[in-house]
Design a protein around this ligand. Sequence first.
Ligand code: WT7
Length: 682
Amino acid sequence: MTSPRTSSAAKAVSPASAGPDNSNGAMQSIMHELRQFAPPVDFAVRAHVKSFKEYERLYHQSIDNPEKFWGEQADRLHWFKKWDRVLEWNLPDAKWFVGGKTNLCYNCVDRQVADGLGDKLAIVWEGEPMREGQPPEVRRLTYRDLQRETAKFANVLKSKGVKKGDRVTLYMPMVPELAIAVLACARIGAPHSVIFGGFSANAIKDRVEDAQSTILITADGGFRRGKPVPLKDTVDEALSMTNLVKTVIVYQRTENPVKMTPAPGRDHWWHDLMRDASDQCPCEPMDSEDLLFILYTSGTTGKPKGIMHTTGGYMVHTYLTSRYVFDLHEEDPSELYWCTADVGWITGHSYIIYGVLPNRVPTFMYEGAPNSPGPDRFWDIIERHKITKFYTAPTAIRAFMKWGDEHPGKHDLSSLKVLGTVGEPINPEAWMWYQKHIGGDRCPIVDTWWQTETGGHMITPIPGATTTTPGSCTRPFFGIDAAIVSKDGQEMPPNAGGFLVIRKPWPSMLRGIWGDRERFVKTYWAEIPGFYFAGDGARRDPEGNFWVMGRVDDVINVSGHRLGTAEVESALVSHPAVAESAVVGMPHEIKGTGIAAFVTLKAGQKPSEALKEELIQHVGKEIGAIAKPDQIRFTDALPKTRSGKIMRRLLRELAHGGEVQGDTTTLEDLSVLANLRQSEEA
Ligand code: WT7
């Protein structure tokens, strides 16, 4: 691929000039929906935090003396060597548990075996059937199984020359081997870079090159709706564009035929290498601040950022939030926690693997679609496996609502105790439906606000303690000093909208952007000097609850997945017919925010339905299916201010179904509007 990776339309927007992309209407709805739900009394009795008073007491302790609070929490986990200092803070650089040595794989796996829990379940997995008509495949792995498998795969990695600090790229389906590979990397201190299996060959190539990764783990495919998704073919295509990768390890999941030797000696079957690997591989004592992983996420320019997370602080934060926010009880043998995210996103990293396993509660993994073979797939799983804690995204809930109440209605969901949501603001209607139809009006709902960069939960109810209001993510977690401020850092009065910032360091905060110090400082620490700037607009109500309104930068949240509008613009202008493009969010019933693309064509190109479809497919191929525009609008020119800045607010208005009807937007329409709005946008 030789297309330009930055777009003519790609320009960072300062928060002052952009409004929150409040496409899903959460804000509108709160005006008429302010019902409150106190934590159910019978739940609170056995919860870790039993009352709001207790939450407040702990919260104040954690803010007044963070080092004491986090030090005590870290003490619950295993350290090869204890830290000298809990925190060293030189804005914007935080070091947590300085001088401490630990290992995340040890705390997820070996610690349980060492404490006599080797036979306890660690992972329960269900996948789609290998062949139509067969029952779904189920696998159960104990901590001992995980210890053996992660040790073996760690030895495989070593045998391929992987050393501490080397980046290992993973592009895998949602099978237990993905968790095994992730943990094996942590075991030997090789940072992983997991790429979501829906990303394109170009996306793989960009990430492999950025991370300078020479080894890639993949599979022949993964199942979705009964069909294998050909992951290895996509890897082959990606690696035909770079010769950086010297070793590819292929897990056999499907019977999808794959080519194994495009380059001699490069490709190996997982099972061949595992057959003779030793199951002895001690966990490498890692410095608390050693890199644990890189995870790429979208920003305001065309190039995704490699968010860096390190070992000790990330471990303690994800462990503790998992414990409190999902109220995990290791002593309860019925406990089975399920997060429906893919491990390829931060939610999967933190709340399928790293935060959950140290809590000694089994984590459920699912491979497949939520509506295959039927729209009751999730409810059927919850009933059969007796899931106790369930964590999903608002976009999924809106889809369930649409599919109909009868699907959850025919299943016994009485095992459920806590319901969580993540990824985007939840509209109160979806919240109420979730509470009634899935939670049986019995389960506390935790609406968790956080980001790839924050590593773990930041603002969230604590079940048993927090009174919830549909649409609000409520209160900061322990140790989190969140605030709503103006551009100059002044705290806003109640109900006034502003920028969501974090004023003090927290253990799982990002430590940087891989290879781009300047962008790290500029993106997160320069917008509002002294504070971490999250990129979200929000307000706080008079009771102190947070309401997140949406992004204030050129990032849109599509089905709970973050996309930079500039990325989609780059993909569009890399098509030979396209001269210029501007992408904005638009309301979408299921996705929350859909993608609207305004496109001007090169001379001689004619707008047509066929070209629209071609452009949509082109974006899918350039980035991945999640980035496909929902709407393409051809236009003769893009509305710009006198200084040449694209008038995004105007385009957003149009995309929100504003003044212009039909799919083709003419320059006349735009220039009239542009003249009207010139003063506002400038
Ligand atoms: C952005 C982060 C955190 C894992 C999934 C997404 C939005 C996330 C909420 C929530 C309102 C939310 C924000 C944030 N967001 N959770 N509970 N309420 N908005 O991670 O891709 O890093 O995206 O998702 O806009 O900045 P991500």
